[in-house]
Design a protein around this ligand. Structure first.
Ligand SMILES: *Cc1c(COP(=O)(O)O)cnc(C)c1O
Length: 361
């Protein structure tokens, strides 16, 4: 049998969400940070009409989509690249700029896919400690090694939900050498846009990339559309590695229509925050810790990894699936995606039952 490359053989598979409910129970999935409601009806309509032209390839250059993104964010469409989800772009960045002998660096509880992308390029993955489950830019700066080529930060972070201020990101960029790339993954950026700390202008500082996604606030996780703003010197190299025609025609028009309905997206963010903050208050009322979140999920911290696992099993036995966080170095935590209000009330009441049954939190 042909052996895989040694660095691939050494990798663990990316931990996919478990979506199989117990027999007889409907699945209540609060484990993938999907939106609690479908995308703007305009997006669904655009995708449906695109279905009639499926004999044609999509626009390989995402022209209309890039223009629509540029208009909403007031950025140059020529510096935008679209991906089959932003994970597509993270993978290409890793393959373009990392290899054996190189390293990438991220906060200790960073999004696990940063590790997967780094290892799949044959590079080493390093982490820096966080402060109260928040990325610590000073610790990142101290952890940079001579072979560090990329620093990944998600802001807000996943699975923590916490965020770092723009001023700290600028300090991080200024402390990094010119030949170290800073990738700022803003998959949840829309949920924090009201704080008015955009970082798109940081791309002009050089070697800085800002990524966004249609999967979260726009409710288009199934369409697989992500994008990034890149310095001109980086776009050409990332494009070489992208599979041509990576974003389907239906997904491109759905994303454009979703962008053109900013009112709907802002409403999604506001409704999500309302349900989230109510849920977090209920969780705190049970004596558990729910971190303040700037996203569409909440990280719940238990007394021990064993307690988190026991609570998870109790929720799962009723079909309610949260996401365990051992892979992000937080085995004492469960991440709850913010679903519809009824599902969050059910999750909170199951946690209450669990506490009553177990006599602990
Ligand atoms: C959800 C998420 C992504 C987005 O992935 P897509 O491929 O665009 O669906 C990227 N980064 C983080 C931190 C995420 O949580």
């Amino acid at each position: 049998m042909i052996p895989p490359k040694p660095h691939v053989a050494a990798m663990e598979a990316y931990a996919l969400a478990d979506l199989t409910p117990p027999p007889g129970k409907p699945l209540i999935s609060l484990c993938q940070n999907e939106s609690f409601r479908p995308p703007s009806p305009r997006a669904a309509k655009a995708a449906a009409s695109a279905a009639l032209d499926q004999h044609l390839y999509p626009d390989p250059d995402w022209t209309a989509l890039r223009n629509a993104i540029g208009k909403v964010h007031n950025i140059d469409p020529a510096q935008i690249i679209c991906g089959n989800g932003s994970l597509d772009l993270i993978g290409c960045l890793a393959r373009a700029y990392l290899g054996p002998g190189d390293a990438a660096l991220a906060p200790a509880h960073a999004y696990p896919f940063f590790r997967t992308a780094t290892l799949s390029a044959g590079a080493r993955f390093d982490t820096a400690p966080e402060r109260e489950l928040t990325a610590d830019t000073d610790a990142l700066i101290s952890a940079v090694m001579s072979d560090t080529r990329i620093v990944f930060v998600a802001n807000p972070g996943n699975p923590t939900g916490t965020r770092i201020p723009r001023s700290e990101l600028i300090g991080l960029r200024q402390a990094l050498a010119d030949d170290v790339m800073l990738v700022i993954d803003e998959a949840y950026g829309e949920f924090a846009d009201h704080l008015n700390e955009p970082v798109f202008d940081m791309v002009a500082l050089g070697n800085t990339v800002v990524l966004r996604s249609f999967s979260k606030a726009y409710g288009l996780a199934g369409a697989r559309v992500g994008w990034g703003l890149f310095p001109p010197a980086i776009t050409g190299n990332v494009r070489k590695l992208l599979n041509p025609n990576n974003v389907s025609a239906a997904s491109q028009v759905a994303a454009i229509a979703a962008l053109e309905d900013q009112t709907y997206m802002r409403e999604t963010c506001a409704m999500t925050a309302g349900i989230r903050d109510r849920f977090c208050a209920q969780i705190a009322g049970l004596g558990l810790t729910a971190l303040q979140s700037f996203t569409n999920f909440a990280l719940i911290r238990f007394a021990s990894p064993e307690a988190a696992q026991s609570a998870d099993s109790h929720l799962r036995s009723e079909g309610v699936f949260l996401r365990p966080q051992g892979g992000a170095g937080l085995p004492d935590c469960l991440r709850a995606t913010i679903g519809v209000a009824d599902d969050m009330a059910l999750a909170a009441s199951l946690l209450k039952d669990w506490i009553n049954k177990e006599g602990r939190s």
